[in-house]
Design a protein around this ligand. Structure first.
Ligand code: GLA
Length: 384
């Protein structure tokens, strides 16, 4: 679905539910991370780009407090007063939009009464950041509707706080940054320590290539504890090595040799090597050498699989199969334990890769993966 069609659909839902036209419709995209996973909360580097799919929010002033409705969970119409919002009081999807309102209010940007309808053309739990897209679309809507002057980098921070403190998942700032800061035709090289970012041109079609997003259909929730456990291991490794964060190990994988615990050593080695790969990929992109990025993507996958241990069997098979069928590189993307794999492939190989993936999954009695070509797209914006 195009963002326009999604905007029309959510505006119709809003009118049906709230009995009037919305004041506007706002949209925030999902993201694919080209490379740099589990580096953001280590103050490191990431290189995501925005998808054309995402979350649209139709909103209007008025009502009693904040009322949210979602096409994806159509049974629930949830209402809360801004002053009653507090971490731990809400579970499930309403924690994302209402957590955003809480985060804005706590920073002094108090939104007035608002009714909100939500729709998405992005699967939840597929590792494509539907939750950050939801927070960011709601954040933009509340800011615009109530004249709150929040600049985008501040909105990134407040959306991350909503996720960390209100929803209670200790994620980094990559997903919210991608949703709010990405530009069409570019990936976003983000330094997660300073928060500064650079657009790096990424136009696969012009190079005769495509970036396939292969949804392995395995769903995961970052709230299940394994993500938090990885983050704690990284923090423990940094303490043991006497640095503020793993970002401060610039010389490469040898830097982690001082860690006695073999598991911590593997975790830290992933982060240190992944930071170097992100910067190497950004350099190749700047030089227009997109195909050469492939080998680094595949190395990143091996590191996430063997050292960081966040891959899953369907992802490993997708990576191997795509490469055997002609992709120049492939990797899992996002937090792991389920979700999507990306493959960088020549346009001429796409049909072969699609049939090889279906066959490989079929042989294992796995449901077929859902494959789409991703085009680096615009970040969050008002659609009407
Ligand atoms: C999830 C988190 C991000 C990031 C990735 C892994 O998407 O939300 O902050 O840590 O996992 O790179």
């Amino acid at each position: 679905m195009s963002p326009r069609d999604l905007a029309d659909a959510v505006a119709r839902d809003y009118a049906d539910i709230f009995g009037e036209e919305p004041a506007g419709v706002w949209f925030a995209p999902g993201r694919v991370n080209l490379i740099g996973d589990h580096t953001d909360y280590n103050d490191g580097f990431v290189l995501p780009f925005a998808l054309a799919s995402g979350v649209a929010v139709a909103a209007g002033r008025g009502g009693d407090g904040l009322t949210v409705w979602s096409r994806q969970w159509p049974g629930d119409l949830v209402t809360a007063a801004v002053d009653e919002l507090a971490p731990g009081r809400l579970d499930g999807w309403p924690a994302y939009p209402l957590g955003m309102a809480w985060s804005l209010a706590r920073a002094g940007y108090r939104p007035g009464d608002t009714s909100i309808a939500i729709d998405a053309d992005l699967p939840a739990g597929a590792g494509l950041s539907s939750s950050a897209a939801l927070e960011c679309a709601v954040g933009l809507a509340l800011a615009d509707l109530h004249g709150l002057r929040v600049v985008r980098p501040e909105l990134v921070r407040l959306a991350s706080k909503a996720e960390n403190e209100f929803v209670g998942v200790p994620t980094g700032i990559m997903d919210q940054s991608a949703a709010l800061l990405c530009q069409a035709g570019n990936a976003l090289l983000l330094d997660c320590r300073s928060g500064t970012s650079d657009d790096v041109s990424l136009e696969p079609g012009a190079a005769g290539l495509a970036i396939l997003v292969i949804d392995t259909q395995i769903r995961r929730a970052l709230t299940d504890g394994r993500y938090a456990q990885r983050r704690r291991s990284c923090e423990a490794a940094a303490v043991a090595l006497g640095v503020a964060s793993l970002r401060d190990l610039p010389d490469g994988p040898d830097d982690v040799a001082g860690l006695d615990d073999p598991e911590l050593r593997r975790r830290a080695r992933h982060v240190v090597s992944e930071n170097r790969r992100v910067l190497a990929v950004a350099d190749l992109l700047r030089r227009g050498e997109l195909a050469a990025v492939g080998v680094l993507l595949t190395e990143s996958h091996a590191s996430l699989r063997d050292d960081f241990e966040v891959s899953w069997p369907e992802a490993d098979v997708a990576v191997e199969t795509a490469i055997a069928a002609g992709a120049v590189g492939a990797r899992m993307t996002g937090g792991g334990f389920g979700g999507a794999v990306i493959a960088l492939a020549p346009l001429a190989a796409l049909a072969d890769i699609g049939s090889a993936l279906s066959a490989a999954y079929g042989r294992r009695d796995w449901p077929s993966p859902v494959i789409a070509s991703a085009v680096p797209s615009h970040g969050a914006r008002r659609l009407r």
